[in-house]
Design a binder for this molecule. Structure first.
Ligand SMILES: [Zn+2]
Length: 542
């Protein structure tokens, strides 16, 4: 197997020279939109303004990653002797020979031709070849433990992290990711042009209602600039500011902008708030129906942020395509051991209507990990986080989020609190798995500024959580490959090991249909036909 060197040094001079040039509104959007989930103090928000000049530096630093090294891969590669597991077939794999020609799979055959015509041969006897994995819920520019207001203080750590993100996803076999909220396309574009990266799709800017989640994270005067696809609610026109043009913010206009920008999905929210933010406005049924109709006529799915009984009922009632979270908020039934009848009723409708379901258990488990003192010592953390950042993660300063959430409560109490929430999410998964719901694999990495949601690794942790909760290994494989591809209209390109598909493949040492640990036995990754080795993608190899 040949090895590649992926990254060249970043020209520091270029980074510094460009500092003043990048203070544009889109950058501002990117800065503020990733303030995350309302757990940031007002002082932090004020600090944002002071910090802008350094964001410019960071941003150009990311752009300088465009420097690439041409791949030296041969045009044709035979992967020989692997047991091929492809989700359109019910078997547990067959020994097949797979030919990659350019960026495509061009043949999948029981026998090898006599003349391999100069192709590279990768011997994979005893190993398992699966389609590249797809994580359909990520936030590529969010940094665990470093929200935007803090970025100015740690430009080198920020730069090292963003450079590693696409590599970390690939390291764990994710060859396709979907970013659900993009407020500035440029950092994503830089990742797309980096030497080693997954296929990156997005839902463009999301569709919040005025002052609704997640816009409350931004200072009020910037919200429309950061979220230009904020939609006017026909049932609550009184909430729409007089300074904005209502026709530009009709649901249809917002969806059209997303499609024009290359978006393949529409993301919106039903969230009344949590933590410090309560009683946020939510969309009306009329608005939700407008969004669903506009997206439906363009054949793109509508994803709804919804994690409560009320929110998921709203989503089912109004015809959304995919829930972007599991249901762990049971309201008055929070203490219930079994699934309450009201939860069962809505889960049955989710099954019946075949609504896509991203359970995102790691949203909660990733908060619980903040209170696990051994977490950062795990060797797999070193795979995905650059050494300097890992050192900083151990510092007192980096514990701000842990302290903020705990408010003095001991670690054990916090673990228990999140454990109870996780139990509810897991019971929902178990029921939906037993009733053959349409699971879609999406992690929401990172869902907040927690170090418990690290790129790539978080996907493997989510897989373990799902299987522990009751998802079968076949359901998991389907959710992370063909079902995800179909849900986002990508199944003509990816999702199976079949001729004509894009050559996104993962070679495993163990079968993922025998054990979830199969996903932690990666021997090789192909993205668009390019062969990558897991060790070369790890953070200490940048
Ligand atoms: Zn998310």
């Amino acid at each position: 197997m040949r090895r590649h060197t992926f990254w060249v040094g970043i020209p520091r001079a270029l980074i510094v020279v460009g500092a003043e040039a990048a203070l544009s509104v889109p950058t501002l959007r990117n800065v503020i939109s990733s303030l995350w989930t309302g757990r940031i103090s007002r002082d932090d928000v004020r600090a944002l303004g002071r910090a802008f000049s350094t964001f410019g530096i960071i941003f150009l630093g990311t752009l300088s990653l465009l420097t690439s090294i041409a791949s030296a891969d041969a045009a044709k590669t035979w992967i020989v002797g692997a047991t091929v597991i492809s989700p359109e077939r019910p078997d547990s794999g067959r020994v097949l020979q797979v030919l990659i020609d350019g960026d495509r799979i061009s043949a999948v055959t029981p026998t090898l031709p006599a003349d391999l015509a100069g192709a590279v041969v990768v011997h994979a006897e005893g190993q398992y070849l699966i389609p590249g994995l797809m994580d359909s819920h990520v936030h590529l520019t969010g940094i665990p433990a470093i929200p935007y207001p803090m970025r100015a203080q740690h430009p080198d750590l920020v730069e090292a992290y963003l450079r590693q993100v696409p590599r970390s996803f690939l390291r764990y076999g994710y060859t396709t990711v979907v970013d659900l909220i993009v407020t500035d396309p440029r950092p994503l574009q830089a990742m797309r042009e980096a030497p080693a990266h997954p296929d990156i799709y997005d839902c463009g800017g999301a569709l919040p209602v005025p002052n609704g989640y997640p816009t409350q994270n931004a200072p009020a005067e910037y919200r429309f600039r950061i979220f230009p696809n904020t939609v006017i609610d026909p049932a609550h026109t009184e909430n729409f500011p007089a300074s904005e043009d209502p026709t530009a913010h009709a649901a249809r206009a917002a969806v059209e902008r997303i499609l024009k920008g290359g978006g393949i999905c529409v993301k919106t929210f039903f969230e009344r708030g949590f933590g410090r933010d309560r009683n946020l406005p939510v969309p009306s049924a009329d608005l939700m129906k407008q969004i669903v109709v506009a997206a439906g006529s363009a054949h793109v799915p509508v994803l709804l942020h919804a994690n409560s009984i009320e929110a998921q009922t709203f989503g089912v009632d109004n015809g959304i395509s995919i829930f972007a979270h599991g249901m762990w908020n049971w309201g008055p039934y929070a203490g219930s051991e079994a699934l309450p009848p009201e939860v069962l009723a809505i889960l049955d409708r989710i099954v019946e209507r075949s609504i896509g379901y991203q359970a995102t258990l790691q949203v909660i488990a990733g908060l619980q990990l903040l209170y696990d003192p051994t977490y950062l010592d795990r060797p797999d953390v070193r795979r995905v986080i650059p050494p300097a950042l890992l050192t900083w993660y151990r510092s007192e300063e980096a514990q701000w989020y842990k302290r903020d959430l705990a408010q003095g409560a001991p670690d054990a109490a916090m673990r228990e609190r999140y454990g109870a929430t996780l139990q509810r999410g897991s019971r929902v998964v178990k029921y939906l798995a037993q009733h053959h719901a349409r699971f879609l694999f999406g992690t929401d990495t990172p869902s907040g500024p927690t170090i418990g949601n690290l790129p790539g690794l978080n996907g493997y942790l989510e897989m373990q959580r799902l299987v522990d909760a009751g998802l079968s290994l076949r359901q998991l494989l389907e959710a992370a490959t063909l079902r995800n591809a179909k849900a986002f209209g990508l199944d003509d390109q990816i999702g199976t090991v079949q001729p004509g598909k894009r050559a996104n493949l993962v070679l495993l040492g163990r079968s993922p249909l025998e054990s979830v640990q199969g996903y932690d036995s990666i021997q090789g990754i192909w993205v668009g036909g390019r062969h990558l080795l897991p060790g070369d993608l790890e953070a200490d190899r940048q």
